[in-house]
Ligand binder design. Structure first.
Ligand SMILES: Nc1nc2c(c(=O)[nH]1)N[C@H]1C(S)=C(S)[C@@H](COP(=O)(O)O)O[C@H]1N2
Ligand SMILES: [Mo]
Length: 424
């Protein structure tokens, strides 16, 4: 009963919305419903013959009309394409799961090709029994499924000095969100035997690629929610995401998600590798550096409208959407501002926030062609509120690259186009 009433109410609201939309369409000069539309009145090619048979595409790619929903690079960032980065087309995606085929890639020495048969994972160092696992061995341990976001610590890093890149793909696209299947790292460590004294113990993880991308992880995290994963979104990891096995380090910077993982050494302290000393640290205004900045703080971005997603319809209903995430846990609330942060409206979360995973938000609103300074602000279960750029600069100075989680502003103009701007 109450469900029916709710449905009725929202249907009426929707109908009111479509009247407004139709009026907007007329104002924008589109065809009215009574004009003859050949797409309705004529028999179309696709209805006059047969479509493709089921034997034509053993493994499907997106239809050609979606060929602009692809990874892109930023040329001046990409001196070479081997030690490089590209960006997820987050502006064009909806929901929360990132298809592997367009999920950003970051590698320091290229994506390697490693067969399952050639795969070995060694656990050594301060363990009772050093072990080597084959791929088939890993598949015999109890496994789990979890959805997590993976964000490069450098995501939004180019925006520290000022508004630079024109598109959510480029400012915020070093992120993906997938369902991983894998064995908890704690299960494999227990198999090797950790003994009783865990104080000051760490693990050092490295990949099978030439860069090895070695990182130290404190034992508390290693025993918490880290996964040794071999599937993403139900299928094998793609080569570029670490086939056949990668580490998943929920909520922590992407650099620690070691791909093609080949060795896990239990150590009595951090290794202080290149990736955690000369890189992935930030120099503050007073010249000191931040180190061990593992967790990705709460962050959000409006993905549409945005520079790559201008408003192309007339006045009337407008769906503002974006995504929010936090390395500290669940997103509890997202606010949207249309006036550069002076006033805020609470957005609708498509689903309840999930632990260390992307949350989709919508603001179902109307637009009459007014200019907007569009922003979103995420809050997580710890009570943390996503900071403004000014607040972040105050604490972190302007020499940082990593961990820029500030509020993003898009200037939406009367013609529906949007631009990356900074508000003070
Ligand atoms: N072995 C190895 N693991 C690696 C890297 C690498 O170059 N080699 N790059 C790291 C970085 S910096 C990031 S942000 C993530 C990116 O994961 P993705 O390429 O699946 O998006 O992988 C991490 N794991
Ligand atoms: Mo990264």
């Amino acid at each position: 009963m109450s469900n029916d009433r709710t449905a009725g109410t929202s249907r009426r609201a929707f109908l009111r919305g479509s009247v407004a939309a139709a009026a907007g369409a007329v104002a924008a000069g589109s065809a009215r419903a009574q004009d003859a539309d050949p797409l309705i009145t004529e028999v179309q090619d696709w209805a006059s013959g047969f479509g493709a048979g089921v034997d034509e595409v053993p493994y499907g790619l997106p239809i050609e009309f979606e060929s602009d929903v692809i990874r892109r690079n930023v040329e001046w960032l990409t001196a070479d394409t081997i030690s490089s980065i590209n960006f997820t087309p987050i502006h064009a995606l909806d929901g929360t799961i990132t298809p592997q085929g367009c999920a950003f890639e970051r590698h320091h020495s290229g994506a390697i090709e490693l067969k399952k048969e050639d795969y070995r994972l060694m656990i050594n160092g301060l363990v009772e029994t050093p072990l080597v696992f084959t791929y088939a061995d890993l598949e015999r341990f109890p496994r789990e499924n979890h959805v997590y976001f993976c964000e490069c610590a450098a995501n939004t890093g180019m925006e520290w000095a000022g508004a630079q890149l024109n598109g959510a793909q480029f400012t915020h696209g070093m992120i993906h969100n997938m369902e991983y299947t894998g064995v908890p790292l704690r299960t494999l460590l227990a198999e090797a035997g950790l003994g009783d004294d865990l104080a000051d113990k760490w693990v050092y993880v490295e990949g099978a690629d030439a860069s090895s991308n070695g990182r130290s992880i404190p034992m508390e995290k290693a025993l918490d929610d880290v996964l040794v994963a071999f599937k993403a979104n139900g299928e094998a990891l793609r080569k570029e995401h670490g086939y056949p096995v990668r580490l998943v380090v929920p909520g922590w910077e992407g650099n620690m998600w070691v791909k093609w993982i080949r060795r896990i050494e239990v150590t009595s302290g951090p290794v202080e590798s290149r990736e955690e000393t000369s890189k992935y640290t930030d120099t503050l205004a007073d010249g000191t550096s931040r180190k061990w900045t593992w967790v990705m703080d709460a962050k959000s971005v409006v993905t549409s409208p945005s520079p790559q997603m201008p408003i192309t319809h007339g006045h009337g209903p407008l769906v503002i959407t974006g995504m929010a995430w936090s390395g500290h846990g669940r997103i509890t609330r997202v606010d949207v501002s249309r006036d550069g942060g002076m006033t805020w409206e609470t957005a609708r979360l498509a689903n309840e926030g999930e632990n260390k995973a992307l949350t989709r938000f919508y603001l179902d609103t109307t637009w009459a062609g007014e200019e907007m300074l569009l922003q979103s602000r995420a809050m997580d279960e710890t009570g943390y509120v996503q900071p403004t750029k000014a607040q972040l600069r105050e604490v972190r100075g302007e020499n940082s690259i990593y961990h820029n989680n500030c509020i993003q502003t898009w200037h939406v103009k009367a013609n529906g186009e949007a631009e990356n701007v900074e508000v003070s």
